[in-house]
Design a protein around this ligand. Structure first.
Ligand SMILES: [Zn+2]
Length: 251
C-alpha cells in the first residue's frame, strides 16, 4: 500500500511518519514534560499499557531519538489541519454573501491578502457578515534537524511550545469548524495524528479512534468498480453539501 502511492518513476519513497512518530499520545494541555505517552505500537488497542515519554529520572523514551519520518528527512514544515480547514470553510460559507461588486475594493471588503506583494495579487473577500477573513498561509513552522535526520524529540520540542502558544486560536477554530462557539479553555486537546506536514488536533478522547487498527482488507472479489466508487463519492459530496445548507439555515 505504502509503495503504491509513491512516484512510480523515481523509485524514491515519499517520507511518511515513522512508527515511532505514530506511537505518540501527545497532549496539548501543559508543558512538554508530562505531555506525551508512548503506545506499545502504532495502533492503539484497548487495555494497551502506555509508556511514559519522560521517565521519572528525567530520561527520555527510546522513541525520542528515532527518526520522525521514514525514510528520514532533515527538515519538516509543520502545518495545522484545522487552521487550514477553517480558512477554506470561511471562504465557502461567505461565497454567496456578496455579488462581486468592484466598489467593494474601495470599502476594504475585498482586496489582496495581507503581505501579498506579487505584481497582480489575488483578490479575496477580506471581511463579511461582520467577520474578518481568517488566514492560514502564515501559520506554519519549519523544523530542522541538528544532526543527520530529524528526530521525534527535535520535532516535539519545537512544535509543542508553538502549538501551546496558539491554543486559544485552536479552541476557537475547532469550535468554528463545527458551527459551535469556541471550545472552553479547559478542553483536553491532543495531537490526534501526525501526517507529513500537517497535524490533526482535537479532543484527546478521539485519539484512540484515530489510532485504531485498520479493518482487515476486503477480499479481492469484493472490491468496488471505479464507477461505483465515483458514484459513492458523489453521493457523499452531495450529502455534505446538504448538511452544510441545513446547518446554515439553523444559524
Ligand atoms: Zn458573509
Amino acid at each position: 500500500m505504502d509503495t503504491a502511492s509513491a512516484p512510480a518513476d523515481s523509485g524514491e519513497r515519499v517520507p511518511r511518519i515513522s512508527t515511532a512518530g505514530k506511537r505518540l499520545f501527545w497532549k496539548l494541555n501543559g508543558p512538554l514534560e508530562g505531555a506525551i505517552q508512548v503506545a506499545p505500537s502504532e495502533y492503539y488497542e484497548p487495555g494497551a499499557v502506555m509508556e511514559p515519554y519522560f521517565g521519572p529520572d528525567g530520561s527520555l523514551h527510546a522513541v525520542s531519538q528515532a527518526s520522525l519520518m521514514e525514510p528520514p528527512v532533515s527538515s519538516q514544515t509543520v502545518r495545522v489541519r484545522c487552521i487550514d480547514a477553517w480558512e477554506e470553510l470561511w471562504a465557502d460559507q461567505h461565497w454567496g454573501c456578496h455579488d462581486a461588486d468592484p466598489s467593494d475594493l474601495d470599502t476594504g471588503r475585498r482586496g489582496p491578502r495581507p503581505d501579498d506583494e506579487t505584481f497582480e495579487p489575488n483578490i479575496y473577500l477580506l471581511e463579511c457578515c461582520g467577520e474578518k477573513q481568517p488566514w492560514a498561509y502564515d501559520t506554519y513552522l519549519q523544523v530542522a534537524a541538528q544532526g543527520e535526520f530529524l528526530t521525534v524529540h527535535e520535532y516535539v520540542s519545537a512544535v509543542h511550545p508553538w502549538l501551546m502558544a496558539m491554543r486559544d486560536t485552536l479552541l476557537d477554530v475547532l469550535g468554528n469548524l463545527e458551527g459551535q462557539p469556541k471550545w472552553p479553555p479547559e478542553t483536553k486537546l491532543a495531537v490526534l495524528g501526525l501526517w507529513p506536514g500537517s497535524l490533526r488536533i482535537g479532543h484527546e478522547d478521539k485519539w484512540a479512534w484515530w489510532h485504531r487498527k485498520p479493518p482487515m482488507p476486503r477480499p479481492a472479489g469484493d472490491q468496488l468498480s471505479p464507477e461505483e466508487r465515483e458514484r459513492r463519492a458523489i453521493e457523499r459530496a452531495m450529502a455534505r453539501a446538504a448538511a452544510m445548507i441545513r446547518r446554515r439555515r439553523h444559524e
